[in-house]
Every structure is written in C-alpha cells, then in structure tokens.
Design a protein around this ligand. Structure first.
Ligand SMILES: C[S@@+](CC[C@H](N)C(=O)[O-])C[C@H]1O[C@@H](n2cnc3c(N)ncnc32)[C@H](O)[C@@H]1O
Length: 320
C-alpha cells in the first residue's frame, strides 16, 4: 500500500483516515475502497456515460463470458495461451510486475505462478471487484498482489519501480497508445521488459476468410500492431501474433534514450566523410558542372570528396 506515489507528481503517499485514503504532502487525496486505492475518481477522469469504458463498468459480469467465447471461437485453450503470454515477460523468481488493464485478473493468476509480486490495476472498479474474487477463489497468495484503480496513461509508481510491465486486451482503445506504452516503460527499470498486446489480425492474413469473418463480427480485429507508438528507448523489440494470428503481442526491453551512433566512423569510398560531416556539416549545393569538377579533382588527388572539400575549404577560409 505504501509503495504507491501520486500519479500527478510522483511524490510519496501515506495511508491516512484509518486506511480510507492515501494522501500526499502536497494535499492530493486518493480514496481506498475495499483495500483498493482509487487514482481515477479524484483526478476527475471518469468516463462519459456513452464511452467505450462503460462496458467494463456496467457489464463487467459479461466480460468473462465473452472471454470464454473468444477462446472457443479461436479454437484455443485459454490456460496455455495465458501461460505463454506470461512467459514473454521472462520473469525471474521474486520479480515485481505491473499488470495494467488487468480486468478480471485472468492473467494475474498466471503472473503470480512465477513467484512474482503483481501490482494489478484497471480503470474499472467493477472489473477489479470480480478480479479480486477470482484471486481469492484461485487461492492466490494475496500477500503478493496489490490491486489498484488507475489510468494506464498516468500510473501511480515512481520511475523504474518494476522489473516488468504487462498489458493484454485493451490497448487499441486506450485514448493515447503512445503515452500508455511510454508510461509502462517509465515505471520499468532499465533492462526490464514491457509486453503489450490486443486484437489485430496479422496483415499476411488480410485477404483470408478467417480475417474477414473476425473483422465482420468485431471491428477491433481491424487494428494493426501499433509499432509506431513504441517509445524510442525500446530495445530488442519483437512483435508476434498469438491466437492463430488474431492478436499482436509487442515486447521490448527498456533502454535509455534513443539508440546511439558513433558519428565519427570514416566511410570508405569516393564520398568519404562520416555521419557527423554528412548530417551536421551539410552546405548549399553548387552548379552541376562545378560538382563534376570537384569529383574529378578529388579523384585526381586520391582523396574522397569529403576530404578534398575539408582541405580546400579550410584553405579558403584560413581555418587550418
Ligand atoms: C478486454 S479487457 C482485458 C482484461 C484482461 N487483461 C484480460 O486479458 O482478460 C480490457 C481492460 O482494460 C481496461 N482499460 C481500458 N482502458 C484503460 C485505461 N486507460 N487504463 C487502465 N485500464 C484500462 C478495461 O477496464 C478492461 O478491464
């Protein structure tokens, strides 16, 4: 309970009001109901009544039924599929894992089998309530689970708090997919893994009846894997398709910043130069005739274009 931080400013929270709320020194207050802290209500992020999220609030009971139908129609066994999803995280025993959009905790039970501590959060209090019941019915070690209500785009954890983060099944409809993947990466330590997947038939199947029938019944299957929304600090990025190619599963390791280049490696050949000279040292163009003369003159002197230009322009500008 004390591990949560304020999702707005990431400042520590303490339990107050005899366990009924988490509060920050700056005055933020998050209610705790039935042992589940709520980081959504106070932030005023409740969904409008007509929003997609209403399904998970008003018809949470139906979700589990629909879930079983989905596995049956895809001729897949839920247990091994969800085991495989959890394996993608490559968890070491004792790992601390975030599961956001946990719904009714159908994956949470699999994550717990890896002796992990799982922080399982969802936007829907109603889904979480069913999830809590599932965990106790499954005899899960409740000391290793923390349920919470939060928005995937504003997580109540400090940077690098987790060994891994997981989401399955809701990503396509998150209002800002890039922001939610970046937020998952933020709370995972460098070298940890983020795994996120949702409906999206692989493009190689686009013309099959399999794809057309799925998309006809459920437009969510028309979504493509959002690889363009993966954060730039992602490394070792993979995307595979599970459930007969109908759901994408993106997995990446969290790195630091953009990938790095050695800008000063000299290129062999007639152009010469390096990434630094080619990218940061660009000048205006010259007439085609002068360009041809420069290429010819550099070759006569046995220099690359880059080396000849450096030499000639230094001489002309008196800089070397
Ligand atoms: C299709 S369900 C998947 C539940 C579970 N992961 C599973 O595979 O059974 C999608 C879940 O994402 C949750 N969700 C939707 N938008 C969310 C958001 N912005 N932040 C956190 N959870 C969200 C929904 O409340 C719902 O429980």
């Amino acid at each position: 309970m004390y591990d949560f931080v304020c999702p707005q400013d990431h400042q520590p929270l303490t339990l107050a009001e005899k366990g009924a709320a988490l509060v920050s020194a700056a005055g933020a207050r998050y209610p705790v109901r039935d042992g589940i802290p709520d980081f959504v209500a106070a932030a005023g992020h409740e969904d409008p009544p007509e929003g997609n999220q209403q399904f998970y609030r008003t018809r949470a009971q139906e979700y589990d039924l629909g879930n079983s139908v989905m596995f049956r129609m895809l001729q897949s066994e839920e247990e091994p599929v969800r085991e495989d999803l959890a394996d993608t995280l490559k968890l070491a025993s004792g790992a601390r894992v975030l599961e956001i959009g946990c719904g009714t905790c159908r994956d949470t039970v699999h994550l717990l089998r890896r002796n992990a501590t799982v922080y399982a959060g969802d936007l829907s209090q109603e889904m979480l309530a069913i999830g809590k019941q599932r965990l106790s019915e499954a005899n899960a070690d409740l000391n290793r689970v923390r349920l919470f209500r939060a928005d995937a785009m504003s997580l109540p954890f400090p940077d690098g708090f987790f060994d891994a983060a997981f989401h399955f099944g809701g990503l396509n409809l998150f209002p800002d997919i890039a922001a939610s993947l970046a937020e998952m990466a933020r709370v995972v330590k460098i070298g940890g893994r983020v795994v996120a997947g949702d409906e999206g038939v692989g493009s190689w199947l686009a013309q099959t009846e399999f794809a057309k029938i799925l998309k006809n019944s459920n437009p969510l299957f028309t979504y493509a894997a959002p690889l363009d929304k993966v954060p730039v600090n992602a490394r070792d990025v993979t995307c595979r398709w599970v459930l007969q190619g109908s759901f994408y599963l993106i997995s990446f390791e969290v790195g630091q910043g953009e990938p790095q280049l050695d800008l000063d490696v000299e290129f062999p050949g007639w152009r010469g130069g390096s990434h630094r000279t080619r990218y940061f040292g660009r000048l205006e163009g010259v007439s085609p005739q002068l360009r041809d003369s420069v290429v010819k003159q550099a070759a006569t002197e046995g220099l690359s274009i880059s080396a000849w230009l450096e030499k000639t322009l230094h001489k002309a500008t008196g800089t070397k």
